[in-house]
Design a protein around this ligand. Sequence first.
Ligand code: SAH
Length: 255
Amino acid sequence: MKPGTGKVYLVGAGPGAPDLITVRAAQLLARADIVFHDALVHPDTVALAVNAEKIAVGKRCGRHSTAQRFINKRLIDAAAKFDTVVRLKGGDPMLFGRAQEEIDALRCAGVEVEVVPGVTAALAATAATGTSLTQRGLARSVAFVTPRVGEGEVPSEWANIAAAADTAVIYMGASQAEAIAAALIAAGAPRELPVLVVENATLPEARRIALRLAQLPRLAEYGLTGPTVIMLGKVFASALTASAESGILPACKTA
Ligand code: SAH
C-alpha cells in the first residue's frame, strides 16, 4: 500500500474531567483535521478539536474484533487524506485501550504514528480518594488487571496476579463483582481485604463505595452505570474506616 501523507496521533483523553488532559493533547486537538473518539470521551474534550471532523467510534463492549478492524481501516484511510489525524481514547491509550492493534495496523500500512499519554482511570480514581496506591512499608507493588477476556482468547492469570500484588486495580470488572470476589478469594486474597470501588472518577457524578472483599457481590445493588474501577489492598483500609454506615461515600466533585 502507498504510504499516506498524514500522521496519526493516539491521544489519551484522560479519565473523564475535560481539564485532565495534557497540554500536548489539547494542542493536537486544536490543529486536528479529523478526530476519531471513543464513546466515553467527554464532549467538552472532543470540542477542543474546533476545526476537525469528529467521528464517534465508540465500542463499549461486544463484537470487538470486527469493530476494531473497521476502526483501523478508517484511520489508515484518513491518514491518506488528512495531515493530522487524532485517535482520541479514554484514559491512557496504552492501557486496556487496544492501542497495539491500531499502531500495528498503521505501521503496516506505512502510516506514521505517535502516542500521547493520558491519565489512566486507576490514577484518577486514587487521586480522588486521597489514598496512595503505594505506601512505604505497606504497598510496593501495583497490578492493573482485567478479568475481561475476548472471544477465543485464553483466560488470563489476572486473579493470581491481583491477589499477589500489594495493591490491585481492576478495569472493566464492575458487572462481574461476584465472580471477581470468588476468583480472588480462591487465589488466596483475604476475605476481609479492603476494597474501594470508584465509578465515574473525576466527574461531578463520581461515586465511591468502600467494602470488604467478601462483600463485593453487593456491588450489584448499587446500580452502577458509569465506568468503574475496583481497587483492592491494605492501603484502602482508611477508606473503609471513613465510609458511612451505608458503605457509600459522598460523591466527589472534582471538576
Ligand atoms: N484506557 C483507559 C481504560 C479503558 S478500559 C484508561 O487508561 O483509563 C475501560 C475501563 O476503564 C472501564 O471499564 C473502567 O474500568 C475504567 N474507567 C475508565 N474511565 C473511568 C472513570 N472515569 N472512573 C472509573 N473507571 C474508569
